[in-house]
Structure formats: C-alpha cells, structure tokens
Ligand binder design. Structure first.
Ligand code: KG4
Ligand code: ZN
Length: 357
C-alpha cells in the first residue's frame, strides 16, 4: 500500500493531499475563485502568483494533519498536463524538488486521469470496463475505461465544455463566477420546463449525427437571444420587469443535464458497458446527479458518482491516480516539464524516459 504526497495547481485551485492507496489521510484546497470572479474568469498570471503563495502552507497543513513528513511518504506526485502552463509549473517544480531532496520517486499525473480516479474515493467500482462522463470547465468527454491507464474516447464536445457553458451563461445572467454553483443556486426555485431550449447535436459530414458528441454553442446562443428579447420587452410596456432568473437558470441546467445523461446512457448501452461513472467539476451539479441516477436505474445500468468533495479540482484525486501508476512500477523523469495540452489517451507518455517534454 503506497502513501503519496500529491500536488495540483493546473487552474485556479491550489491543492495538496496525502493519500494512502484509495484513502485520503489529509486534503487541502485553496480556491482563488473570489479573486478571478472580479474579472469574470481565470486570469493565468494571477493564478500562477496565487499558487506560488498558497502551496507551501497547503503542504505543511496536510503533513501536520496526516502526521507524515515528505521524507516518510513513498512518492511525490504533481499534475503535469493539461492546464495553464505557468500554473502547472508551480506544483511540478515543487513536487520534483521535494522528490529529489528526499530521494523519492516522482509521478507526473494527467489532470483528467486524476478526475477519472476521483470516483475511487467513493464506493468501489463494479468489475469490468466502464464508461466515464467527464464534465469539467475545460472538458466534456465520454471515455471507455478498460483498466488502469487504458482509455478510449468515445465522445466529446465540439465547442464549449459543459462547465464553460455554465460559466458563460452565468455571466450572461449576471450571476457571477464560477457559473456552475451560481446557476445551481439560482435554479433551485425555478421551473426547469418553462423555456424550450435546444439539445445541440453534431452533424456528421456524410449525413446524420455523431451519436455520442456534444455541442453547447447553440444552447448558449438560444439563452442569449432569450435574454435579449426579454430585455427589449422590459424596456417597452412592461418596463422594470426583472428577468425570470430562476426559471432561466433551471431551464438551462435541465437542458445541459438532459443532453449529458441522454447521450452517455445511450453510449453505455450501445457499447455494452454496464457501469456509468460521473466525474469532474460539473459532476457536483445536483440536477445532473439526480437525472443520471434516475435514468441509470430505469435502464438497468450501474452508476457511480465522484464524492461531492472531490468533483472540483483537488489533489486527493491526483494522489489516487499516482498510486495506481506507482503500483504498476511506473515513475516519471525528474526533468519532465509541463504541457498545456495532452490527450488523455497519451497519459502514459508521462512515464517515459527520456521525458517527452
Ligand atoms: O473540474 P473543475 O474543478 O476544473 C477543471 O478541470 O475545469 O471544474 C470546474 C467547472 C467550472 O466550469 C464550474 O462552473 C463547474 O465546474 N461547476 C459546476 C458546479 N460546480 C462546479 N457546474 C455545475 N454545477 C455545479 N454545482
Ligand atoms: Zn479539473
């Protein structure tokens, strides 16, 4: 059973955790959302600076709470890709320095492999291959998982990621950043069926549609048109009438959740995969979790959802992914850099020598 100190700084959360196998001994996250909220999105330069400030205390905190020092763990892990380069570098250089100083193996982790691993922090998975719906601020993917490190992407978004759509529509509605939690809160009192919104599909060049792919740009435009037409009306006879924010938020949330659940269940059933797994920041959405559960129950599929605390970015999930690689005898080159982009299917290159970047 391996114990790993894991670090994560790929976007706007600085995080450290100490994980033993699939158990979290300590996990700490310092969110920068309040600072980025002022600008309506993540400002890369600010993100890097805040990671530099926050990471040392986070490491100290998880060491104190777990009663372990870096010299006492079996390996050090850090996210190396994908993400904001300046942000990724903070965890990477910190992790590699600790590994070098304490003579420990270093494991670079693919951020999406971390999200995939987050489900293991909850109930154990049934045996066999399964389908993962990964929905975050940067990715919307359907991934067939054959076993540790064996992935095949079966579906993806052709434009915005689901979380990005939440963030952009929240900005349109004046609900602030990050959009997901803001829309969820506004939608609580709303009617999810008040507005008919498009369920975007992606056309295949030869005709028909890609059955497992997503598009959220039409939905975003429909929301924009709806809001603009209401604003125009409000400037007319019904002047002073406020936007029905709760109904708009609930209808949008319903449209996103329905399309995600519909396509992933269809994919699981058609591909003969008996289990559907939901991970990533958007997996924290209550309506999405509830719809997925209801639909899987109806279709006779098993389902697993990442624990709420480990849906949005954290280092515990990076630790679990690192444990899996470590158990298979893998480790990364100490001079490995970071990469803004790296498809999940290429995650194994992080353990190659010489370092791929
Ligand atoms: O996984 P994550 O923390 O970071 C990335 O890897 O991108 O995901 C962040 C995304 C943001 O777009 C945020 O708006 C969305 O997850 N999100 C949610 C909820 N909580 C976070 N979306 C919908 N409902 C939520 N409750
Ligand atoms: Zn993430």
């Amino acid at each position: 059973m391996a114990t790993v100190l894991a670090l994560e700084t790929s976007c706007d959360e600085s995080a450290a955790a100490i994980v033993r196998d699939r158990t979290v001994l300590a996990s700490a996250v310092a969110s920068q959302v309040e600072e980025h909220a002022r600008w309506g999105g993540v400002v890369p330069e600010i993100a890097s600076r805040r990671h530099v400030e926050a990471l040392p205390q986070l490491i100290e905190s998880v060491c104190e709470r777990s009663g372990l020092r870096p010299a006492e763990v079996d390996a050090i892990a850090a996210t190396a890709a994908p993400g904001l380069v300046g942000a990724l570098l903070v965890a990477s250089v910190t992790g590699r320095t600790l590994a070098r100083l304490h003579g420990k193996p270093f494991l670079a982790v693919h951020h999406l492999e971390g999200h995939l691993a987050s489900v293991q922090l909850g109930e154990p998975l049934p045996p066999g291959p399964y389908l993962v719906l990964l929905v975050s601020g940067g990715h919307t993917e359907l991934v067939r998982v054959e076993g540790p490190g064996r992935y095949e992407r079966l579906g993806r978004s052709h434009d915005d990621a689901a979380g990005e759509a939440f963030d952009k529509v929240a900005r349109l509605l004046g609900l602030g950043y990050p959009g997901g939690p803001a829309i969820q809160a506004a939608a609580l009192a709303g009617d999810p069926h008040r507005f008919r919104l498009p369920r975007g599909r992606v056309s295949r060049p030869g005709g028909g549609f890609f059955p497992y792919d997503f598009s959220f740009s039409g939905l975003k435009t429909a929301m924009l048109r709806l809001v603009r037409s209401m604003e125009t009306e409000a400037a007319g006879p019904a002047a002073g009438h406020p936007l029905p924010l709760a109904d708009l938020a609930a209808s949008f949330e319903q449209a996103v959740a329905e399309v995600l659940v519909e396509r992933s269940c269809r994919c699981a059933l058609e591909q003969g995969l008996g289990t559907l797994v939901l991970v990533g920041g958007v997996a924290a959405n209550r309506r999405l979790r509830a719809l997925l559960e209801e639909r899987c129950r109806r279709e006779g599929l098993q389902w697993r959802v990442a624990p709420l605390a480990y849906c949005t970015d954290n280092a515990a999930m990076i630790g679990v992914a690192a444990c899996e690689r470590l158990e298979r005898g893998l480790r990364s080159a100490i001079d490995l850099g970071v990469a803004a982009r790296l498809p999940l299917e290429q995650a194994a290159c992080l353990y190659e020598a010489p370092a791929p970047f």
